[in-house]
Design a protein around this ligand. Structure first.
Ligand code: 7TS
Length: 415
């Protein structure tokens, strides 16, 4: 039913959407831009840029606190974006949608506000070897603060979680599980339903780092049955500095505030302060109003295409990317799990990834090189870093052909 709804929303040919993105219509070093770095940050369509500009020009005021017209307009647009997010990830209620500055803040919020009061010395938090630093360091900090243990589920040579090891490590000491939905360095789509089912048996909450999930597939937090889902606006065609924490209402309700300040209170006095209801309890201070409104516009945009259409398009493109890369002699693909989304890391001969990135940039091709904020993944594959091509809805086969041609040129330069 929900699947049909998500499908129905789509219209138009996805191949024609590239022109919606002003940044993609430029030349870099004399070549038309090929943008293959959407996993780091995606470009914004004109509709998002214009929505933000319109708000800044006409409607800007602080939210939730004015009786005047502009403040009403800003509040309506800000809270309207919350309804859009609720619908987009199918949260049960708008109380479960917390606006944050991004995935990083969403994860830190859960670590400090949910876990810190709960954890005792000897308890464990379970994460995996393929996490972004944002889903490692907040848990390390928490473990230092509480004398809890951080357990790391290993990965195999294809970049998949070792699920039997996960099951073995999941004993009664584990109080929290936090894993990526999709790995940013490898593209692996983790078997999150299986992980959540295991956690349910033990009544342990699961946080999914959805930074690389939300832009590429339809997300239904109720169907996933996760407890927390964290994501960033700037990887889903919205601006930087805004993100979301979805949390199950019963858990959010029981959690203390993460930060204190304006908007998160009902009443303040020196004898005691009472906190605001959800979701405001977790939104202290003036929020990123224009960013949130931009996020709402990005959701409108994504829904106008349809997440299933986007997923289909990117899946076919990733298969083409992997096939074409594999034809190049001297290439080593890093991250070859059967279930992947929109990312391919690789090494070419013994060319340093940074050199490769620079040569590609001179051809107008933007990829990311380095450790991708996933140093343990690099350690696992015994490489200092990789070159990484990552896809967005605006990419096409021509982009991949340009990348492959430029890689052949790089080989010649270094041979
Ligand atoms: N989790 C994952 C899986 C990510 O890919 C990223 C950012 C984050 C968390 C952090 O998101 P933020 O918006 O709070 O910074 N990933 C990347 C990347 O792959 N290249 O640059 C940033």
């Amino acid at each position: 039913m929900r699947q049909a709804q998500v499908e129905q929303q789509g219209r138009g040919r996805i191949e024609d959407r590239r022109t919606d993105f002003p940044a993609l219509q430029q030349m870099i070093h004399g070549h038309s831009l090929v943008y293959l770095d959407s996993a780091a940050s995606s470009q914004m369509p004109g509709s998002v840029i214009e929505t933000i500009a319109r708000y800044q020009r006409n409607d800007h005021a602080n939210v939730h606190r004015g009786v005047h017209t502009l403040s009403h307009r800003a509040t309506d647009a800000y809270e309207g974006a919350r309804d859009k997010v609720r619908n987009f990830v199918n949260a049960a209620s708008r109380s479960e949608v917390i606006f944050t500055s991004g995935t990083t803040e969403s994860i830190n919020l859960v670590a400090q506000s949910y876990c810190r009061p709960l954890l005792r010395a000897g308890d464990s938090v379970l994460i995996s070897h393929l996490e972004h630093h944002s889903n490692i360091v907040p848990w390390q900090l928490l473990c230092e603060q509480t004398a809890a243990e951080l357990r790391v589920v290993p990965i195999d040579e294809q970049g998949q979680l070792d699920m039997p090891a996960l099951a073995r490590m999941f004993d009664e000491k584990v109080r929290m599980v936090a894993v990526a939905h999709v790995s940013n360095a490898l593209g692996t789509i983790n078997p999150v339903r299986e992980i959540i089912a295991l956690a349910r048996q033990r009544d342990v909450p699961v946080l999914l780092d959805g930074a690389q999930g939300v832009p590429h597939m339809a997300i239904d937090v109720q169907e996933l049955d996760c407890d927390f889902y964290a994501f960033s606006g700037h990887k889903m065609y919205a601006p930087t500095g805004v993100g979301v924490l979805y949390g199950r209402e019963s858990l959010l309700d029981a959690m203390p505030p993460y930060q204190g300040g304006g908007d998160m209170i009902l009443e303040v006095s020196f004898t005691g302060t009472t906190y605001n209801e959800l979701p405001y309890k977790f939104e202290a201070g003036t929020p990123n109003i224009s960013g949130v409104i931009g996020l709402g516009a990005a959701i409108d945009y994504l829904q106008s295409i349809g997440m299933l259409a986007i997923a289909r398009h990117e899946k076919a493109l990733l298969a083409y990317l992997m096939d074409e890369l594999q034809k190049i002699s001297g290439i080593r693909l890093i991250g070859t799990a059967p279930h992947k989304a929109s990312v391919q890391s690789f090494m070419l001969d013994n060319i340093h990834p940074h050199d490769l990135g620079t040569i590609l940039d001179h051809q107008g091709i933007a990829i990311r090189t380095g450790h991708h904020c996933a140093m343990p993944v690099m350690q696992h594959f015994a490489v200092p870093g990789t070159a990484r091509a990552s896809l967005g809805l605006y990419n096409n086969r021509d982009d991949i052909d340009r990348l492959v041609a430029a890689l052949h040129q790089a080989k010649q330069i270094f041979s």
